[in-house]
Design a protein around this ligand. Structure first.
Ligand SMILES: *Cc1c(COP(=O)(O)O)cnc(C)c1O
Length: 356
């Protein structure tokens, strides 16, 4: 018991972020960051001049960013919401659309923050088990009668849910909001943006943290009907209107102008992902086919925790989750080809008995 903490928060289990160690230099494959730096345009945009204006508050409407995103994705400016990372947007969605009567449905194996937000806001959850092959039980979502949040591609599996299924879920829950968390969509997924004209209850949530190499700048956005965007604005202006700082607004705008650079990086990451998956499969790993910038892999008879620990000793960080259904697995972010060669070599040694 914490003496001063509100009674409703006493049992709250916070999200555990991946390690960001400072003790030694690791090959860091644990938090799905891009191995590539932001685009040269971004580096130039955050100038000395930009820094000197930090005595002034940033534009709370983020007009420049929203204009650019609207043009880039072919929607109206009133369909774009930006925030300090997509985690904030997900949080705002829980605040805006849920209450004791209207809960949130999400998969048992998915992004860990959804259950934290549900607890934080005392919102009932409907946890829908993925099927044995880790695909989404679409029928169960169709009949949930709640708001829905789906990571697509899913984390930490990397599996993509076809748009047809998202559409079914959105149609079946007309009076609820369906959040499609597309943090990884640029690595081979299909965006639900194309469903927006038919489904005014879908919110597409995106981030600059993964494919746009800006995890350190904290920038996320959502695209949805003007009605839903206005609801998110209400929450933003009731919490922190200046949530995106000046430097991030400038960097974000330059990043939107750098599509080619990021497209090339995503292409490299996809190639490296396929290479890594093949090599680990050849070494006896089971690798789930991924449409994200990570792979989820397991080796028969060796627990994920052990692989994680040996890799860490050897200077490679990956992510291991302790929950029952996935404790045999490790999630490996796709780094550069060179980093993945070191990873594959190390894993090959470990499983052939040379590495421990
Ligand atoms: C990384 C990630 C996010 C968080 O992104 P930020 O914009 O950095 O807050 C959201 N959802 C999923 C599924 C993610 O993997």
């Amino acid at each position: 018991m914490s003496r001063f903490l509100s009674s409703r928060l006493q049992s709250l289990q916070a999200y555990t972020p991946g390690e960001q160690p400072r003790d030694r230099k690791y090959i860091k494959l644990n938090t799905n960051e891009s191995p590539y730096p932001p685009s040269p345009r971004v580096l130039d945009a955050v100038s000395r001049e930009a820094v000197s204006a930090l005595n002034l508050y940033p534009d709370p409407t983020c007009k420049m960013l929203r204009e650019k995103l609207a043009a880039r994705y072919g929607v109206g400016e009133d369909m774009v919401f930006v925030s300090n990372g997509s985690d904030d947007i997900l949080n705002f969605c829980f605040m805006a659309f849920c209450n004791k009567e209207k809960g949130m449905a999400y998969a048992d194996i998915t992004y860990g923050f959804y259950s934290v937000f549900a607890q934080l806001h005392c919102v009932p959850s409907c946890v829908i088990a993925l099927k044995d092959d880790f695909t989404v039980d679409v029928k169960a979502f169709e009949s949930c009668g709640m708001n829905v949040v789906i990571a697509n591609p899913n984390a930490p599996t990397g599996i993509m849910l076809p748009l047809e299924d998202i559409k079914r879920i959105a149609f079946a829950n007309r009076d609820s909001v369906v959040m499609v968390d597309e943090a990884y969509v640029d690595f081979g997924g299909e965006s639900a943006l194309s469903l927006l004209p038919e489904c005014d209850n879908i919110i597409v949530v995106r981030t600059f943290s993964k494919s746009r190499s800006m995890a350190g700048a904290r920038l996320g956005f959502a695209i949805a009907s003007p009605e839903l965007i206005a609801d998110l604005e209400l929450i933003k202006y009731s919490t922190n209107p200046y949530d995106i700082n000046r430097l991030t607004q400038i960097a974000g705008a330059a990043a939107i102008d750098s599509d080619e650079y990021y497209f090339d990086n995503a292409k490299k990451i996809i190639e490296t992902r396929e290479y890594t998956a093949q090599r680990l499969t050849a070494a006896g790993f089971k690798v789930i086919p991924s449409k994200a910038n990570f792979i989820f892999a397991t080796y028969p008879g060796v627990c994920g925790e052990k692989l994680y620990s040996i890799l860490k000793e050897k200077g490679i960080l990956v992510r291991h989750f302790g929950s029952e259904r996935i404790k045999e697995y490790i999630r490996i972010t796709i780094g550069t080809k060179e980093e993945m060669d070191v990873l594959c070599g190390t894993l090959e040694d470990i499983v052939s008995g040379k590495g421990n």
